[in-house]
Design a protein around this ligand. Structure first.
Ligand SMILES: Cc1cc2nc3c(=O)[nH]c(=O)nc-3n(C[C@H](O)[C@H](O)[C@H](O)COP(=O)(O)OP(=O)(O)OC[C@H]3O[C@@H](n4cnc5c(N)ncnc54)[C@H](O)[C@@H]3O)c2cc1C
Length: 432
């Protein structure tokens, strides 16, 4: 580790940290980007989709350079019961044409490429470096420590903490409390290698087209769901469940994933896939009310470390990048003013709070609590929807109106009409 002082030190070369490093380096600031993995992306995982916004606002031609797997043209939602499933899909060929909308990318390739772009802009990338502490002077953060001894210290006018959901540095800074299992979900994922021709025919896709599939009804009533994303020659399949529920139900996440993979609707979808990678990671689920204070003298918090994720629309990478952009711009302004105190750095929090990121999380602010406290949304409702459709589609000489009465009777029995009404009002209020 070098002893010179940088304008900014960024901890974590995920989407948030690399974006901040790129923005600042491009503006001529001296930036050190520190990553604990052997290379950026080595330890990173997610489901599979990222959006064009906001990356194209800083790298307009990123599509021509980035290691994109497939352009997502087909978004599907599957509601499963034990042996059946309702699938709704939205396929839009507008998404298959420039400027496109969303893409599947594999983080090990993408994060490495992206950090390379930050390096080309002038950032110094240091890998295999686990930052363990912050260095302070009279309360102001002035650097980081990556082990013990002064040879492992690095100094900067500002430290941007981008070390992800389990941010130990945010806790050390006093901005966040240690992780609470109510506020995070555990995601586990397998990457299954599969011939591109098989992927395209199985998912009804063109050459570079991709599908993003969200699945509910596979978590035994725990808050969460499954996902499948199509990559160029592999599928990403996984499941995300609120950690508190996993602990309470005493379920092992890999058993849950195995069960999901062998569901009669899922198994044919992944048939022939050769397991290539298995990984697990935390996802912030606290939403708006979980967002901590985002800055202090000499320090800014970005991305998952700041709990800026919305799992409803699979937004995490784009929110992380947006926060990196705002943080980078704030540090550029601080350098111009020669003032890295909270007074200038708090502009970051103002920018972010008036941006799409925090406003969207505010809009969905009651969702985490509603989802966490209503197990029927993830078990009884998927069952009932499947039951109702099965009844209506089974032609056995029974009059339609008797079938409908039977369905209403079942709804009364398993949910209750009053409860159903309250749930519908609650969901409407959340989403509109
Ligand atoms: C199962 C799952 C599915 C998801 N699906 C999607 C999806 O489809 N679309 C989407 O947009 N988002 C998705 N997300 C969320 C998304 O992955 C995150 O929101 C996003 O990665 C946040 O970026 P980040 O840079 O803040 O953190 P991270 O991507 O976690 O990056 C943090 C970086 O910091 C490094 N680091 C950590 N500690 C240290 C340290 N002490 N010293 C040095 N380096 C350190 C890590 O190695 C890592 O490179 C998913 C997440 C999970 C777990």
């Amino acid at each position: 580790m070098r002893s010179e002082k940088f304008d900014a030190i960024v901890v974590g070369a995920g989407p948030a940290g690399t974006t901040a490093a790129y923005v600042m380096a491009k503006a001529g600031l001296s930036v050190a980007l520190l990553e604990r993995g052997d290379y950026p992306g080595a330890k990173n995982m997610y489901g599979g989709a990222m959006y064009r916004w906001p990356l194209e606002s800083i790298i307009p031609d990123f599509l021509a350079k980035a290691p994109i797997e497939r352009r997502i043209v087909d978004h599907r939602l599957m509601i499963l019961s034990k042996s059946s499933g309702l699938t709704m899909n939205f396929k839009d060929l507008a998404f298959a044409k420039p400027p496109y909308n969303a893409f599947t990318v594999l983080r090990a390739k993408f994060d490495r490429w992206y950090a390379g772009i930050a390096e080309e802009a002038g950032a110094l990338l240091v890998t295999s470096t686990n930052v363990t502490d912050l260095i302070r002077d009279k309360g102001k953060v002035i650097g980081i420590r990556a082990g013990s001894g002064s040879e492992n210290e690095l100094y900067g006018d500002v430290v941007i903490v981008a070390d992800g959901a389990n941010s130990k540095l945010a806790v050390k800074a006093g901005l966040r409390r240690p992780l609470n299992p109510k506020e995070v979900a555990l995601g586990i994922k397998e990457t299954l290698e599969l011939d591109p021709v098989v992927i395209e025919s199985r998912f009804n896709l063109g050459r570079y087209e991709g599908a993003a599939i969200q699945i509910i009804g596979v978590t035994h009533g725990m808050m969460g769901g499954g996902f499948v994303y199509t990559n160029q020659n592999s599928l990403s399949i996984g499941i995300v469940v609120l950690l508190e529920h996993l602990i309470r139900m005493k379920m092992r996440p890999y058993d849950l994933l195995d069960e999901f993979k062998s569901h009669p609707i899922m198994a044919p979808m992944i048939e022939g896939g050769e397991p290539k990678e298995y990984s697990a990671h935390l996802v912030p689920e606290a939403g708006y009310y979980g967002i901590p204070k985002l800055c202090m003298d000499g320090l800014l918090l970005v991305g998952d470390a700041a709990f800026l994720t919305s799992s409803v629309y699979q937004e995490g990478v784009n929110m992380a990048m947006a926060s990196g952009i705002y943080a980078g711009r704030t540090v550029i302004e601080a350098k111009e003013r020669g003032d890295y105190s909270l007074k200038t750095l708090s502009n970051y929090e103002k920018l972010l709070r008036s941006s799409y990121v925090v406003r969207e999380l505010y809009h969905l602010r009651n969702l985490p609590e509603m989802f966490a406290n209503n197990p029927r949304l993830f078990s009884i409702y998927p069952d009932m929807i499947n039951y109702a459709i099965r009844e209506l589609l089974t032609m056995n000489g029974e009059l339609g109106r008797y079938k409908r009465k039977k369905i209403v009777r079942k709804v009364k029995e398993r949910i209750g009409l009053w409860r159903l009404l309250l749930d519908l009002v609650g969901i409407r209020r959340l989403l509109l």
